[in-house]
Design a binder for this molecule. Sequence first.
Ligand code: CAA
Length: 378
Amino acid sequence: MDFNLTKQQEMVRKMVADFTENEIKPIAADTDRNSEYPADTIKQLFRYGVMGMIVPKEYGGAGADDICGAIAIEELSKQCASTGDIVATHNGLCCGPIIQHGTEDQKKKYLPMLTTGCKVGAFALTEPNAGSDASKGTTTAVLDGDHYVMNGSKIFITNGYVADIFVVFAMTDPSKGTKGISAFIVEKDFPGFAVGKHEEKMGLHGSPTAEIVFTDCIVPKENLLGVEGKGFNIAMQTLDGGRIGIAAQALGISEGAMKEAMDFTKSRVQFGKPISKFQNTQFKFADMEVAINAGKLLTYSAAAKKGTGARFTKEAAMAKLFCSENAMKITTEAVQMFGGYGYTKDYPVERMMRDAKITEIYEGTSEIQRIVISSNIL
Ligand code: CAA
């Protein structure tokens, strides 16, 4: 077993780390404060090949492996989890299922748009009454000649009001339960497609979350992704990949918060010495270091397994569960170390703590990850 990163993986880390330090860090607080989609940053990330990083070169992508994909999200999320989220959704939840399940024609049409064409992607599964119980969606798609007619709505869609291309799940045969769900590639310009409510969230203020509404939306027959009735399996497989992205995002948030807390405690003097000199503080950093390194091993090994083509459902769930719960613990500890300053918006740890919370919820709550892990071992 080789625990060293390849040259390409190290290169991706350096490139994204430099970009994050120079381009993202200076604007991260304003992105949060103004709830502003970082459009210029995303344009640059297309130019750098980070948006669409895992797309094969023949379709316009960087052809990078899944560990590179995770490292990029981790580095971005050290300073701005919103940017990490936008990239994770685009790469893992939109490009991912098209790479895996698209026909040659679909790949040739959509993947260049999602890479060199700078079109943003999204994934629409969740509905008001189908969150954790994802198979209970009521959006329908009825075949009518050369197209499907889609009706229903989706909520909490990351990239919702900026995306151009959506992977959407709808019932094509409601009598068949999970086997009646199908996946589709839907463009925002299809007739009957509309963006609904924009969500105001606790954190991830730069990541645009919205409702999507389909009213007799016309989806060409050739935009069916995979086979009719296999949509639920496609959704679950896609989320396996997406969960590695969220693990990486949570890791990045943890690392960012730990670095802020180390810098602060080295300069903050109380009771005659920097608070980093107190053993209470040192032991907390020791625990953070262990958790972050264990999280890296879980995340990168899940990504490595994905790259082999073997099923990695349990590994992705373990990485997401572990890293997201640690992100919440580490950011909460970081705020605590800052004392009163940590509760203000003058320091980034307050934002990091708010951003960390969603990693325990989206792409499957911690409870769902425990269901997935236990059902894979019992
Ligand atoms: N890969 C491939 N197929 C899978 C699979 C996987 N990981 N998991 C399940 N399946 C297949 C099963 O094999 C089964 O197929 P067959 O009928 O052919 O045997 C089928 O799917 C149904 O499986 P289950 O009976 O296990 O399904 P379930 O209804 O009990 O649900 C669940 C299982 C794990 C709870 C699932 O519903 C789940 O993961 N829920 C959480 C949903 C979620 O993560 N939502 C996040 C929304 S997206 C988001 O957050 C992004 C954003 O933009 C904000």
